[in-house]
Each structure stands twice: as C-alpha cells, then as structure tokens.
Design a protein around this ligand. Sequence first.
Ligand SMILES: Nc1ncnc2c1ncn2[C@@H]1O[C@H](COP(=O)(O)OP(=O)(O)OP(=O)(O)O)[C@@H](O)[C@H]1O
Ligand SMILES: [Mg+2]
Length: 360
Amino acid sequence: MPSPTHLDVPALRCLGITHRFGPVRAVDGVDLEVPTGSFTSLLGPSGCGKTTLLRIIAGLERPDAGTVEIDGRPVDGPGLSVAPEERGVGMVFQAHALFPHLDVGRNVAFGLRDLDRARRAERVAEVLELVGLFGLEQRMPSELSGGQQQRVALARALAPRPSLLLLDEPFSSLDAALRASVREEVRSILHDAGQTALLVTHDQEEALSITDRVAVMFDGRLHQLADPETLYREPATREVAAFVGDADLVHGARAASFMVDTPLGRLATVGPVESDEVTVVVRPENVTLRAAEDGGATVRHVTFFGHDALVAVVLDDGTTLRSRSGPGAGLVRGDRVRTTVTGPVVTFPRRSRSPDAVPA
Ligand SMILES: Nc1ncnc2c1ncn2[C@@H]1O[C@H](COP(=O)(O)OP(=O)(O)OP(=O)(O)O)[C@@H](O)[C@H]1O
Ligand SMILES: [Mg+2]
C-alpha cells in the first residue's frame, strides 16, 4: 500500500509549460495537476494544443519552458529531460496503434521485456482478463473488431503498470455506437485497475461523461480545471461556457448587482454582474416556449432527438436562441412563441468591440 504522503504527491504536475512551433504558441504557460487515482480529461477544440501537451508529458517533445513532474519526480525542466521509456507513462493513441504482424499476446507483452517468460505470460493473461479479452493471445489484430483492438492497445499500455496513462483521442476511430460502449468499458477498466489517467478529447460529452476532472484548453491556454458539474454550472470563461454543453450567448445590460436586462427580459444572475455590458449564457434546457401569437419570437427549426427536441427560435429583434423541450412540444417552423428563461444565468463582462461569437 502506498503511504498517505505518497498519495499527496500528484501523479502529474506541469508548471508553466510553453511550446512554440515557429510563430504558433501551441502550449502557452499551462499549469496542470493530475491527482493519483483520478481520471482527468484535457478538452478543447481542434488545434488548441492538447496533443502537444500530451507529447511533452510523455517526453516525445521538449517544452520551450516549464517543468514536468511524474509521481513527484522531475522528468523535464531546465537542463533535464528523462527519456520517454523511463518516465513510467503508458500511451494509447487514436488508431492503428497495434503492431499488425504481432499477435495479441506479443502486442501486450511488448513493454514487458524486463520480465522473465513465465511472469510475462502471467501479466499478459492478467491484463487481457482485465480488458475482457482473456484467451485471445493468439489472435492477430486483423482478426479483431475495432473495439477489441482498442482494448488490446489499452491492455498493452496498462501491462507495465505505468504511474500515468496518457490517452489521445483513443475512441475516435470507432463508430458512434461502439464508441459509447467502449469508453464506458475503458472507464471501468481504469477504475478497477486503480489507474491514474489523462485523456485528450475534443468531445465534450466524452469528457463530461467518463472523467472526474476536466481541464479545458483554448489556444494553448488552460481556461479551467474542474469537475464536470462545476464546469457546466460555473464556467470560468465565456469560451468554456460556449464549448461545454449547449449555450446561446446574448447581450445583457446590468440592471442591479444580480440582475440583467436582456432581449429575453430581466433575468437573475448566478454571480454579481461585473460590468454595465455583459454577455449572458443561456442554456437551452433553461428556455421554455409557449405558443403565443404576440410572444415576440418565431420557431426557425426543430431538431428531434426522440427523448427531447431542440427548438431554434428567433426573437423579433433578431436574437437567436435554442430551447430543449419534451418530445410532445408539437412546435413547427413558423409557429409564434413566447420564451421564458428559468433559473439564474451566468454572465461575463462584454469584450470591447468584439462580437458575441466565440470559437466553437
Ligand atoms: N509538428 C508541428 N509543426 C508545426 N506546427 C504544429 C506541429 N504540431 C502541431 N502544430 C500546431 O500546434 C497547434 C496545436 O496542435 P495540437 O496537435 O497540439 O492540437 P490538438 O489540440 O491536439 O488538436 P486536434 O484536436 O486536432 O488533435 C496547432 O496550431 C498545430 O497546427
Ligand atoms: Mg490532437
């Protein structure tokens, strides 16, 4: 058993990590801690620097500045760079990660060359059992389904018992139906193994549904690190608000310290309104619609999902908005409706001269 002091040391600590590719600041002063035993995700849009940060942690890329510690041991910093294979990290990549000419057993045994034959075979069987592929040692990767291949890749990364497992978009090569089940499996496998892991994804649903902590990145910077619920209810920046969950951003003016005037009427706010002009975050599930000829809004289109529907409306002043409503709402394009916002809203000081549009 690790001692309590050992548990206080995070599995990963990055401080001030910066990396440029020519003029592009791919990673810009990122501080990130991953507690031992946690499943943390690094979430952000394409090109925001997630893979670069992961490669730096793995030792596949040197940072221009900053330090990396794994299990309290410095592995990167000024004048220091520990080789990737000596960092105690395992990696799982997006696709084609298995050696096609080696069978499952040999793929999984790849990182176990230090063990004698018997102990190697024992560990291979153990991790294959963990990922639900016991007895498939002799199969070739080409004889496995996409989901099974991904589980072999996971078994191979887990086999040497890494301090930290890094996963870069590991589910993106799977089709939608398989992706949902494989990621649930991976979550429970990591949990059962007590494995600390950092998952890179641009899919917010994936980050929110399977990890305990989510670090959100934009343009090389870390905007927020929080549990999924906090991220959703108390986004630290408007980029986080718009990227995590569905949100429409509308213009607001301070009416009182916890009150804003918006095209949707006067709304209560979660926190104090910090400036005269603000951007207001409106979540579709907080917008209800009622048919009303003089309601001041028109239905533009309805997207039906079975369990609910997303109804896009345009207010008479041109403001666009979405409402998530039950399957029986019965609204169709062109219907006149009245909008009501329930619950307090999050606001951010309005940026001078910038439109409300944010990177999606
Ligand atoms: N080897 C490279 N040479 C030059 N620029 C690079 C290189 N690798 C990445 N970049 C740039 O650095 C930025 C961050 O790239 P990175 O691959 O880390 O993004 P990402 O968040 O992983 O994106 P995605 O979700 O698309 O995988 C991008 O602007 C990218 O174009
Ligand atoms: Mg990437």
